[in-house]
Design a protein around this ligand. Structure first.
Ligand code: AMP
Length: 208
């Protein structure tokens, strides 16, 4: 049995059609069913649908053999303990800094609200900018509006969320897409099964 951990939410919405094209269809409808482990049309493959930030942890510890997670989450987790063989080119967006519209750049120490603490630290340190990083778990856009931070680091897709809150995108930190990750031990112990799945995924990607 191979277990694939898939991030809930936006990634799942795009991962499901990809998996279906690769011949893996959940038997229960994940929208109506509350099961956390989904059997699929392939009796040797099951899915676990979990929070995005938990995917690297499940795969690292071998609770799942493979996972589908955003590059943003992998960067923040530190993915040295995982293989990352494929860019699935789904759930594409940009990790960016954003600030109130027309606000002048701040010289000196800035306050940054984000859930990507390590990535933001690395980014500002790399540019020689002194930044105090404030960890938030959601609604980052609110932070500059209430004086908690000067700017935020968050994912931007259409830019509508920023705009609706009077913010504007500033600097691109990285283009983001979802990646397939594989547990290192499983890659050795279940080599044939995993390799044939990787071959299938590569073929599906090429046909898209
Ligand atoms: P948008 O308004 O289209 O720019 O989307 C921005 C909001 O959606 C922010 O709250 C982001 O954190 C979230 N978001 C955008 N793209 C993704 C993605 N690929 N994965 C997860 N969250 C995303």
């Amino acid at each position: 049995m191979l277990t694939i951990a898939v991030s809930k939410g936006r990634i799942y919405e795009e991962a499901l059609p990809f998996l279906e094209e690769a011949g893996i269809t959940p038997i229960d409808d994940p929208k109506t069913c509350r099961k956390l482990i989904l059997q699929t049309s392939r009796d040797d493959v099951q899915l676990v649908i979990i929070r995005a930030t938990d995917v690297p942890t499940f795969v690292e510890y071998g609770a799942a053999d493979l996972g589908i997670a955003g590059k943003d989450v992998l960067l923040e987790h530190g993915a040295e303990s995982l293989y990352e063989p494929l860019d699935l080119k789904i759930a594409c967006c940009r990790l960016m800094t954003a600030a109130p519209k027309d606000a002048p750049d701040i010289s000196g120490r800035i306050r940054v609200a984000t859930k990507y603490v390590k990535t933001a630290q690395r980014y500002f340190a790399g540019r020689g900018i002194q930044a105090e990083i404030i960890k938030l778990y959601g609604s980052m856009e609110l932070a500059p509006l209430v004086g908690l931070a000067d700017c935020i680091v968050d994912l931007v897709d259409t830019g509508n969320t920023l705009k609706a809150n009077g913010l504007e995108p500033r600097d691109l930190i990285m283009n983001i897409s979802s990646r397939l990750v594989v547990n290192k031990a499983a890659m050795k112990m279940k080599h044939q099964a995993i390799q044939s799945l990787l071959d299938q995924f590569e073929k599906t990607l090429a046909e898209r």
